[in-house]
Design a protein. Sequence first.
Length: 277
Amino acid sequence: MIIMEVKKFFWYILALVFLVGGLAAGVILVKQPQDIREKAAGADVVFSLSPANIQTVKDSTFMLDIMLNTGNKIANGAEVIIRFDIDALEALVLNPGSIFPTYVDKVINNNTGEIRLAGMAFNFQTGDMEPFSGTGKFGDIEFRAKNAGTNSVNFVFTLGSTTDTNVVEKGTNLDVLTEVIGSQISVSAPTATPTSTPTATPTPTSTPTPTPTLTPTPTPTYSPGDVNKDGLVNIVDIGIIIDNYGSSPPTDNKADLNKDNIVNIIDIGIVIDNYGK
């Protein structure tokens, strides 16, 4: 009799262990997808230059790839503004990538040390929208090392600004770029050149600055293609038009730039004609 009671007690304990173990496993399995969703929701959108570090010699050339990672976003367009030291480097060639069907505003300015490139999802040949999602090459730049030293090539980027480097999300037309990563360039010289000590110059005597007369602030004027009125016609404005493309009457009246009651290629043309203004 005692043996039977012990056996019953043993089976009760064993059943309880399986029940608790099953509940724990269920909690883990339920929690895992939630953790994955939370990580995906926080994925960064990143523009980077590759390689991140380059060692080269004076008068040689090298390439930098402009890479875009959209995280878990879908991009209708993107634009980069890149700055470099004009005393150290010369930009020779700027090539668009292939992640967008259309590229505009391909600019190299070796006087100011600025490079601009914009790509958008609208395919002018087919009339189709071809947005991009994932990781790919937005373009590449060929540089010449002019002088020895250490310098950097960086994106112009301020979080929340729409007038610098941007990634425009499909559907929201928001700039969703969260991070940029530049490249460090180390240039060596064949022979060291001695540096002369500069002659000190006397500090001029300061003169009092007259108080300026206050003038009324002028009313701001905007270029015809500045859809969002932020003072610059860029990829963000194209994104707004693309998102409303084909709507008649327009879903967003701002996108109908020529006020003909339809958002179409004419409106995109107005933005492109005024791009960068």
